[in-house]
Design a protein around this ligand. Sequence first.
Ligand code: NBP
Length: 472
Amino acid sequence: MTAQADIGLVGLAVMGQNLALNIADHGYSIAVFNRTTATTHKFVDSDEAKGKAVIACDTMEDLVANLKTPRAIILMVKAGEPVDQQIAMLQPLLEEGDIIVDGGNSQFMDTRRRDEALTAAGLNFMGTGISGGEEGARNGPSIMPGGTAKAYSKVGPIFQAISAKVDGEACCVHIGTDGAGHFIKTTHNGIEYADMQMIAEVYHLMKNLLGMSTAETAEAFTAWNEGDLDSYLIEITADILGQIDQDTGQHIVDLILDRAGQKGTGQWTSVSALELGVPAPTIAEAVFARNITALKDERVAAEKILGKASPSFDGDKAAFLTDLRDALLASKICAYAQGFALMQAAKDEFGWDTDFGKVSMIWRGGCIIRARFLNRIKEAYDRDPGLKNLLLDPYFREVVEKGDGAWRRVVGTAIANGIPVAALGSALSYYDAYRTGRLWADLIQAQRDYFGAHTFERTDREGWFHREWMKN
Ligand code: NBP
């Protein structure tokens, strides 16, 4: 058999199929394999794949034999154990210099482990974040490839070709070695959790505090999408809120059970933040907020026992709606500030050479958090490549300062009315804590020293001290 395919792909569920079609559309031939063979043939014989340079392979051996060398194979299987299983099957069939790309949402420490093992075996491993879901995979995702620069030079042209384009630029850039690509993708998802939660809290306030109808909330989000909040998530929010269920004639969102699911990337981001000691409270609050929605039955029962709050608003509704918009923008800046600070800490910890200006550029298209706002982040990193926190950039500082009053009115009014605003409130507390030179940790240190002799530093002299608190 003459090896003819430019690239291989393992895993033909929704992401794998769409990615394969996208690759074929860009002039590359692709050999595909799926654990369940029937899926492979159903896909290759489908109207969408017919006539394209997509080669069905029934076995891994067949797949490997069909690839030009050095071989490059993308895994698009369920994260976790399936990735290890597919690697174990592929590895004995490959030769030095071949490349395995894991395009799924793998945990970055798994990627580091796999990278180490495969590098030792003479192979290249590229943990690659691919964002944008089904639509992105088909028409242009944002791609975050990790791995060595040498491996990237081989598959980079294909990734660049199939990625989303914004202002003619490909939404794909080499992120750094080993787990860098998957870490950045995971953090992207963590920011996405926070962004979604903050939008949901604002929507909840529109309905439950201001008494707006669902149609009115759709109009508000549509209008906001014309300004600084212009983003994919605001756009789809407006679209969702405007859609009517054909069976009942009601807004579909009003019929959806309020119990959120999750696949774990928000949790991973929060765990990484805890492990690296980086404050990312708004991302973590967004995960906890989903967890509390999951307690649907318990909440319904608790409402009967504890009683829910009865909000009332007698202020200027139009003015408060503008406050909501400004509070959302300021909170969003804090969530991004936390995500970028987390990525900076991981870069320092693992020795990656990630360029955050470029990361913000490749998130402008093909991914869920794509937004006008990301150009501003790029400009901030252009101004100061060593920027410690987005809040310190002059542009973001000004936006947050301008929204300060609105933000406090929104969080304060929500709390006074018993409406939960975990993400908006935590973003505000993050901002306030970050800009306060002296916080409460004097007392924390004293307490730790009191019960555990953990010692403390003093502001008036050098060194570590212990006090015999109980002898006083
Ligand atoms: P799924 O995550 O649902 O995985 C299904 C695929 O994994 C099928 O091809 C299945 O083969 C294969 N698979 C499983 Br399950 N266990 C396997 C095993 N032990 N060995 C070999 N193959 C196995 O697919 P997806 O939604 O297309 O996502 C693929 C990856 O992309 C995941 O890591 C996901 O987190 C990530 N991702 C998904 C999205 C999205 O919007 N869906 C977005 C971004 C990233 P089978 O046909 O034989 O069961």
